[in-house]
Design a protein around this ligand. Sequence first.
Ligand code: NZQ
Ligand code: ZN
Length: 391
Amino acid sequence: MKPFIYNIPVKVYFGEGQLSNLGRELSKYGKKVLLTYGGGSIKKIGLYDEVIKEIRDAGLEVFELSGIEPNPRIESVREGARICKEENIDVVLAVGGGSTIDASKFICAGAKVDFDPWDFLDLEKRAKIEDALPLLTILTLSATGSEMDNGGVISNLKTNEKLSNGSMCMLPKVSFLDPKNTYSVSEYQTACGSADILSHILEVYFTTENDLFMLDCVMEGLMKTVIKYAPIAMKDPTNYEARANLMWTSSWAINGFINGSKSTAWSCHPMEHELSAFYDITHGHGLAILTPRWMQYCLNDENIYKYVQFGVNVFGIDKNLSDREIAEKAIEKLSEFLFNDLKLQSTLKDVNINDENFAIMAKKACKGKESIKGFRELTPEDIENIYRMCL
Ligand code: NZQ
Ligand code: ZN
């Protein structure tokens, strides 16, 4: 096991009634607040009014950037950075899902530089993110974990690129996690968000590196939590216990804790980001389609033990079956969960994706490298094969 650093300094207010702390927390960073949000769901659920009241009661001045898109666009980031510079904004408050929070992270960084914020993401320029305005978040959708991690993903539809970058200076200072704010999330977005959470864990769990047994147990617990509670939240959207479990799992799935010393590259995420970049599909749905096929494609005699561990510990498959049977059953169970319990359509054709861009997407998924050095090394040819398995 290699040495590792654990450093997740995000202050989390979890549960109901915590918004009364918002004004005080914002005030620590200054007087001028840029409030960022998406297409209006926060107005429908009354959260917008509550937030505005807290900000005004604290004597702060509020500016707004609304309309941040799902799969947030670089144009929104540019606009936010422009407002921050022109109005001398002190602190950004993102209210929404991963898209609003991700865009806000790059707005915070973009506010500190004179160049185009796309340069932070562009694979050739890859400008260093060295400084950013402080960011606070109020999460309204359990999925990406952006509320507690330091990365973000931004799309440039003009160039069919969806790229990520991260920096400790973009980590939210404070995040407010009230499960009630997710009651209004649709059945479909709940399913997609849950598939995303599960994928964040699977990307780390499926590794060939030896690491802490303790972390494998934590990951198995997190996965069981998603499998237990996502169908409940879909059926009964105001079930507090289900929403609370999904919310806290979303944060812990990707905040760095479960990584330990592992450095294996993620596989399904870069493959999915190309689907979103070319076809603007919902991230979690793309992951759901890809993940079981990726698992099937990667399975071999050397790594089968991981599938067995997963099948037995997460899905309770009989450990007396042969390793091959357990592995196959584990993939089957995962597919059943994603496509039956979460009711997500199971093929790329279902989301109107055909094979015309597979070759270019497979190459781009390697992000300028020869291959993805993940659980199993994937060349562009392998990635194309996996895309084909999803048709
Ligand atoms: O825009 P509004 O009106 O708010 O509606 C949103 C949007 O249409 C809606 N929604 C959010 N909260 C709601 C709600 N509707 C009703 N009630 C609520 N309480 O849901 C839709 C999707 O929102 P979005 O923010 O796009 O979803 P999500 O949180 O899944 O974020 C997805 C984005 O995050 C990136 C994805 O690639 C994608 O661009 N990711 C970010 C990561 C990170 N920062 O670490 C990691 C992830 O792997 C992921 O790549
Ligand atoms: Zn994800």
